[in-house]
Design a protein around this ligand. Structure first.
Ligand SMILES: Cc1cc2nc3c(=O)[nH]c(=O)nc-3n(C[C@H](O)[C@H](O)[C@H](O)COP(=O)(O)O)c2cc1C
Length: 330
């Protein structure tokens, strides 16, 4: 059965690219979309930043037609400001607005935004209602199991947020105090799926990093789809690999070195196109080691890649990488 968020049809068991600050920008989203991500989100955007018209927040509103369906994710601690930010974000016409109630990092959660709303569900509900009322678009939420081990309140959160009109909920199977440590536990996510009162799609998130795990957890937890974050960094093929495994029960061949080089180059091109030559080259540096993870003696090439300063230089090095490794990877 096809999963639906408002009027957005996502097909059966969609795979979503997780919003990731400093990662899921348009260049990265481009390569994830090419490789099968069914829905994507922007990096989180500060409601305060949007209202102040801060350049960084504004830039994150850039979305492209080929990315659809795409959601803009916002966060904040002030209900009125979240309402205003929703209006601003809606003007660029994304497919949906997503609210971040999951971010655990101090300068977000300790300023009353992100996961900290898990400590004040009444406020979270009021904020969500304000966002839903401020836009004609579907509103979704991304959150965690709860603040800490003693307050895993996401079951109640799911019911109450559905009541005020959210159209889908993504749950990262960790608490705020876990940050990114330990393992994601999806048990409570299954409980929510079993709640007969819950009608909206529930997406599981946390630690999906292989087709086998995706297939096993799909069966075990009964979610409507999955959101994938870290496993897609430097490996956007994860989406198509999981889909292929679902459809055939067989593993897709891993990308060849030539494919890795191609996708890495596309990522760089898009990065330059969107950010300009200087920032585009600079911000791409964090990605090279991810694209070529597991390749013997890559260190030397990595050094070259992160010190080169123009597309032409980097492209030369990428050709060398392809030449050098293709024989041994074949
Ligand atoms: C570098 C990084 C940045 C992130 N930024 C965001 C963000 O902007 N908004 C958000 O909701 N979650 C953010 N997250 C959390 C991810 O969306 C996701 O919930 C988490 O990584 C668990 O999924 P995974 O195990 O598939 O990575 C971020 C995670 C990472 C690693």
């Amino acid at each position: 059965m096809s999963v639906q968020i408002g009027n957005i049809e996502l097909g059966e068991f969609p795979l979503l690219l997780a919003p990731m600050e400093d990662v899921s920008d348009p260049p990265f989203r481009y390569v994830c979309k090419q490789n099968g991500a069914d829905m994507m989100y922007t990096e989180f955007i500060s409601s305060e930043g949007l209202i102040r018209d801060a350049a960084k927040s504004r830039q994150k509103l850039d979305i492209f037609e080929y990315e659809r369906p795409i959601g803009i994710q916002i966060f904040g601690s002030d209900i009125e400001h979240m309402r205003e930010a929703t209006e601003i974000a809606s003007q660029v016409n994304p497919d949906l607005i997503d609210i971040n109630y999951g971010c655990p990092v101090k300068n977000v959660a300790c300023r009353g935004a992100g996961a900290s709303l898990l400590q004040d569900i009444d406020k979270m509900v009021a904020m969500t209602k304000a966002v839903v009322e401020a836009t004609h678009l579907p509103v979704t939420v991304k959150t965690r199991l709860g603040w800490d081990d003693n307050t895993k309140n996401v079951y109640e959160v799911a019911e109450r947020l559905q009541d005020v009109g959210i159209k889908a909920l993504t749950i990262h199977g960790r608490t705020r105090s876990q940050m990114y440590k330990g393992f994601a536990d999806w048990t409570l996510i299954r409980e929510i799926k079993k709640n007969p009162g819950i009608k909206i799609p529930i997406f599981g998130n946390g630690d999906i990093d292989s087709p086998q795990k995706a297939a096993a957890w799909r069966m075990e937890y009964g979610v409507d789809g999955m959101m994938i974050g870290r496993a897609a960094i430097g490996y956007p093929w994860i989406f198509r690999e999981i889909k292929h495994f679902f459809n055939t029960g067989e593993f897709l061949e891993k990308p060849t070195i030539a494919e890795r080089v191609d996708v890495c180059r596309t990522h760089l091109e898009k990065s330059i196109e969107w950010k300009g030559p200087k920032t585009g080259v600079f911000e791409m540096r964090r990605h090279y080691s991810n694209y070529f993870k597991g390749i013997d003696h890559f260190k030397e090439y990595r050094m070259k890649l992160v010190t080169a300063s123009t597309f032409e230089e980097i492209n030369e090095i990428l050709f060398e990488v392809a030449d050098n490794y293709s024989a041994e990877m074949a």
